[in-house]
Design a protein around this ligand. Structure first.
Ligand SMILES: Cc1cc2nc3c(=O)[nH]c(=O)nc-3n(C[C@H](O)[C@H](O)[C@H](O)COP(=O)(O)OP(=O)(O)OC[C@H]3O[C@@H](n4cnc5c(N)ncnc54)[C@H](O)[C@@H]3O)c2cc1C
Length: 301
């Protein structure tokens, strides 16, 4: 039986806003910026602003940006790579809105790598029949996006509370989301358990890779938003899909927590992985495109 709320002291302070956004990865930051023209936005995040998965993303973003590419082509490649597991409506939204979403990131200040003609440099990855991976700083795509979005957040005058662990959803008499309870710790202000009352709540708390003893997800990826939603009575889906970065430094059998990544750039430059006997078992990036549909549609992360 799932408890309806976490055990916590009664809120000692209350704040009010129009929209409260939980999480400061790409999802939370973009949501906060998009909501800002319509009212007051408060963004709360449980550690430092850049602590989520977003700054770890290396390879880049797949979007049909090239002149010879279309969202329909991207859709077809993704459905093939998804071997029947994709939600087609969700994929269609992703591939159709993707190019514009990348252009919006650029308009907000994200600097993607450019080709000699000044256009966005696009890499080709496994499962894609076109070059469609936009990247920044080589393999520092997520860090650049995070940098640009955090600068835009500051410029937009969005209020932020760091070290704010969101506990549960508050609901109104009709059962609708009406705010959150949270525990602000350490250097966060105001301190202790509090409540934020809001007209809308955006849950953008990222993934749950840390349920595994060894993972490539950061410390904050503990599935809090999914748990909160379950306690509030929401239906959740597809929890079995958890991403691991495909190349990691092996630290031995006792390794725990977030493991050190081996950069995507290593494979991008043509390296191959070998097992302990020295036998090659993963093809280099330029071979992966030939292996579709057996590979992921996204740049190996
Ligand atoms: C190593 C690695 C490499 C990757 N490479 C790629 C790639 O090349 N291309 C690609 O497209 N994707 C890649 N990804 C995936 C991509 O990074 C994520 O899909 C994306 O960043 C998720 O963004 P998000 O905003 O949903 O979550 P996150 O960026 O994880 O943000 C979640 C936020 O919620 C906050 N939070 C969590 N719980 C609470 C709580 N209880 N209270 C308050 N705040 C909370 C966290 O602190 C964090 O700020 C990679 C991921 C990893 C880990």
């Amino acid at each position: 039986m799932i408890p309806r709320v976490l055990a916590a002291p009664a809120p000692g302070w209350t704040a009010r806003t129009d929209v409260v956004v939980i999480g400061s990865g790409i999802a939370g930051l973009v949501a906060a910026l998009r909501c800002r023209p319509y009212g007051r936005v408060l963004l709360v995040t449980k550690a430092l602003l850049d602590a989520g998965s977003t700054r770890w993303a290396q390879g880049g973003i797949a979007a049909a940006l090239a002149a010879d590419d279309t969202p329909d082509d991207h859709l077809a490649d993704t459905l093939t790579a998804g071997v029947g597991l994709c939600d087609e409506d969700a994929v269609r939204a992703l591939v159709t809105e993707g190019p514009q979403a990348v252009r919006r990131l650029i308009a907000l200040g994200a600097e993607f790598d450019r080709s000699a003609d000044g256009g966005i440099a696009l890499a080709r990855e496994g499962g894609h029949h076109r070059s469609r991976i936009a990247h920044a700083g080589g393999d520092a795509t997520g860090a650049e996006i995070s940098r640009a979005l955090l600068a835009a957040l500051k410029d937009a005058g969005i209020e932020v509370i760091e070290h704010a662990l969101v506990l549960d959803l508050l609901r109104d008499g009709a059962g609708r989301a009406a705010g959150i309870t949270l525990h602000v710790m350490g250097e966060g202000q105001p301190g202790g358990v509090g409540a934020v009352r809001a007209g809308a709540v955006v849950l953008a708390t990222g993934g749950l890779g840390q349920v595994f003893s060894a993972t490539t997800n950061p410390e904050v990826s503990t599935g809090d938003g999914v748990a909160l939603a379950l306690r509030a009575g929401a239906e959740v889906a597809d929890l079995e899909f958890v991403q691991f970065h495909p190349t990691v430094l092996w630290l031995g059998d006792g390794a725990r927590g977030q493991q050190p990544l081996i950069s995507e750039a290593v494979r991008g430059e043509g390296a191959h992985l070998v097992d302990r006997s020295g036998e090659r078992f993963m093809p280099a990036r330029h071979d992966l495109a030939e292996l579709a549909p057996a590979t992921s549609s996204r740049r190996g992360s």
